[in-house]
Write a protein that binds this ligand. Sequence first.
Ligand code: NAD
Length: 333
Amino acid sequence: TAIKDLTTEQAKEEIQTLQDRLTDYGIAYYEKDAPLVEDHVYDEQYARLQALEQAFPQFISQDSPTQNVGGAETKSGLPKVQHPIPMLSLGDVFSLDELQEWEDRTKKSLGFQPKYNLELKIDGLAINLKYEQGKLVQASTRGNGLVGEDVTANVMTIGDVPKTLKEAVTVEVRGEIYMPKASFVQLNEEREAEGQEPFANPRNAAAGSLRQLDANVTKKRNLSAFMYYTAEPDQVGAETQAGLLERFRALGLPTNPDNRVIDKMAEIAPYLKEYTEKRDELPYGIDGVVVKVNDFDSQVDLGNTVKIPRWAIAYKFPPEEAETVVRDIEWTV
Ligand code: NAD
């Protein structure tokens, strides 16, 4: 039913149903690393819930999945870590029109045209790495954004993550832990041979492999990392997102090489086309592109909501199944 045709009572009921269902999906996905439905099914219902809540804001509850960073209380048995600066999610859009609307809002808030840094959206799980005087002292997951899990021993087994930076800086950096596609295929083959349930996708496999009580299990899983964020850019001497990635590279942190700065949103199309085409060839999974206002002062001006930064947006690729269907049709025509 179109939202404008709903009675208040019907809207209330549908909102409650969606909040409950998406919460259950979230528990299976974030806590058990075993999703009940495909991501695009989740995304469609999430978008419907968001639209309903916008039209009937009196029914937004603080527990709604739209008001919380996914992955409430985790149950892996790992020690908890507080995030004084919350680890956030990202808003998402699924079309160029929605990207343009996001840019219009952003420009209006800032009062000028910002540059953007484009990055690939790596299909893994967020990680926070704490370096003291250049030494890695703690690694933690996002959890519910405020409280995550201590995975220091596990991250110490990941070859890509430097234990010592090239400069003795004290900084917390954030990024993504992911499982390369080849490792994912191999892991699922092994699991099936052993009669275990295969992981649904590389992201769940990476999360399940990192959130282990026994770091030796993580070590065998061949995880990798790309870092892309710090809440304290002054600590590394960066004023823009693209500059931060360069500083990260100089410090020896793993970064994805495929970022690009554009002057306005109208210039995004070639990047989207290029990586939609290259997606299958990349050795790791990506599920979209993240657009970030490049200048940190502007990021601070735009700020965050309780769940997402206002200075960034994720453009999500269409689901791979749908792409396959489109390709099949093209082949048969
Ligand atoms: P998200 O994964 O859509 O986006 C936020 C995350 O993107 C960040 O936390 C970060 O870890 C990651 N990221 C990757 N590359 C990045 C980059 N270059 N810059 C910044 N961040 C980057 O959001 P989420 O809140 O973690 O999860 C929501 C998504 O998870 C949904 O859209 C859905 O697809 C999926 N989900 C699926 C189910 C299911 O049942 N299938 C359930 C819950 C969530």
